[in-house]
Design a protein around this ligand. Structure first.
Ligand SMILES: Cc1cc2nc3c(=O)[nH]c(=O)nc-3n(C[C@H](O)[C@H](O)[C@H](O)COP(=O)(O)OP(=O)(O)OC[C@H]3O[C@@H](n4cnc5c(N)ncnc54)[C@H](O)[C@@H]3O)c2cc1C
Length: 427
């Protein structure tokens, strides 16, 4: 496709348009291209670009990368991890290997988003999608007759038209907002800050997490609200950060998380190197539990953070953005081949929302209950004190919090969690 046409003021037409080339958008574009559709992927930035993130990728993400056909070997530059290492409760550290499951691989990954996002965007391009960088989408183009979205206009006036549009433009999702889809206020919201440190722990094979954060010596200083992480990248750097989550956005206090992160890092052992900060401390919001709905309406599908697809259990959002990307591509391809504008195509598109909710809705709903519980620091403290010394309970907790269990033919823990997600209504 000749996207220079748009630069010349002419309209570019495609089968589908994806707005935002983060993991959700890039994966949607690649899956659509794989299904034979002519797809344009619009990104306001130019690669490589940074995205504030922990850079931690659980086996749920590994699975999706494999499905996309991306080489996740160490030779290809990926740092592998074999599990979680949990600190807290005065018990030292507890190592929880990723579970052996039929539905997921047993290794996770870590990669800075400056590299990760570009790999995915170029992968979409290599698969046949047309990636247009420096394309800042400012508004939807609506068909006045049907009130459906039929394309988008960029800030510089370029126009791209297609019968199906995907908003994968992140937490703020200007496109969804312009289509009248505001964030729900009754869903959990997180906030987190992160930076990079030069550390000898960069090659460690675990994603480290702290359930209790102290601003000095553990047990002898002040307990800080929230949880902390250190995700080794294998390149001399570790991504360190901390975050918190509230049952609704208005409950998020006005805490100076940047200062808190510095205080926490100052209290860590000197030999870890966590005081060798090499980048700015930056923060961002984590939209959770499908906080923007409906997931499909009037030709527009929401994928990833645009729909609030971050897990309230652990702040992970990349896996869900990638999973939703595949569901969205399935629905759009189905609609495309059934016949644009037909009732049958519309049914296929509506199936996207049903599919996402069937897959994630119950789990996210459990997460809203979890957030309400841990918002009381006394509950969290008791859980950490009681739970950490009990390996079976911790293994169960890890499966639940990391969303890593088999939904069919799993062990008793898998069965309990799967059953629990089925008895609650979808988020
Ligand atoms: C501090 C922090 C730590 C986190 N840590 C982790 C972690 O360790 N692991 C994990 O799995 N998740 C983590 N998350 C969540 C994760 O970052 C998100 O869930 C994930 O980035 C969502 O991907 P996405 O593609 O939906 O959106 P994004 O990654 O936000 O991508 C959106 C894209 O859209 C583009 N865009 C925006 N507006 C426009 C426009 N108008 N026109 C064109 N393009 C546009 C943006 O430039 C961007 O490239 C963390 C989040 C935060 C804030």
């Amino acid at each position: 496709m000749d996207v220079d046409q748009a630069a010349l003021g002419r309209v570019v037409e495609a089968d589908a348009i994806v707005v935002g080339a983060g993991p959700g958008g890039a994966a949607t574009a690649r899956h659509l291209a794989n299904r034979g559709l002519d797809v344009v992927l619009l990104e306001k930035a130019t690669f490589p670009r940074d995205k504030i993130c922990g850079d931690g990728l659980t086996p749920r993400v590994t699975k999706q990368l494999i499905r996309l056909g991306i080489d996740t070997s160490e030779e290809a530059g990926w740092h592998h991890n074999t599990g979680l290492r949990v600190f807290g409760g005065g018990t030292g550290e507890l190592i929880l290997p990723w579970p052996e499951l039929s539905e997921f691989p047993s290794y996770g990954l870590a990669r800075a988003r400056t590299e990760f996002d570009e790999i995915l965007a170029r992968h979409a391009e290599a698969g046949g999608a047309t990636l247009v960088e420096d394309a800042n989408v400012s508004e939807p183009i609506l068909d006045p007759r049907t009130d459906r979205i039929v394309g988008v206009r960029c800030k510089d006036g370029r126009e791209f038209r297609a019968p199906f549009v995907v908003a994968a433009d992140g937490n703020s999702s200007r496109l969804a907002l312009a289509m009248g889809l505001a964030k729900r206020e009754d869903r959990p919201m997180g906030v987190a800050v992160r930076t990079y440190v030069e550390s000898p722990r960069s090659d460690e094979p675990y994603l480290d997490s702290w359930l209790e954060l102290w601003d000095g010596r553990p047990g002898q200083s002040n307990l800080l609200p929230g949880y902390g992480w250190a995700f080794p990248l294998g390149n001399g750097l570790v991504n360190v950060g901390l975050g918190t989550v509230a049952a609704k956005p208005s409950d998020l206090g006005k805490v100076d998380y940047r200062a808190q992160l510095r205080r926490w890092l100052e209290g860590t052992p000197e030999e870890w190197g966590f005081r060798n900060i090499v980048g700015p401390v930056r923060g961002a919001a984590l939209p959770m539990c499908l906080n923007r709905q409906p997931l499909y309406s009037r030709g527009l599908l929401l994928v990833g953070d645009a729909a609030g697809m971050i897990s309230p259990f652990n702040g992970e959002g990349i896996a869900y953005a990638l999973e939703a990307a595949e569901f969205a591509a399935d629905a759009i391809a189905e609609a495309h081949y059934r016949g644009v504008g037909t009732a049958s195509a519309e049914k296929a598109l509506r199936g996207y929302a049903t599919q996402v909710k069937a897959s994630l809705g119950g789990y996210f709903r459990l997460g809203t209950i979890f957030v309400k519980l841990i918002n009381d620091p006394r509950v969290m403290h008791v859980c950490v004190q009681y739970g950490l010394p009990r390996p079976t309970l911790m293994k169960f907790t890890m499966k639940l919090l990391a969303h890593l269990y088999d939904t069919k033919d799993g062990d008793w823990m898998d069965k309990v969690i799967t059953a629990a997600t089925k008895v609650v209504p979808s988020a």
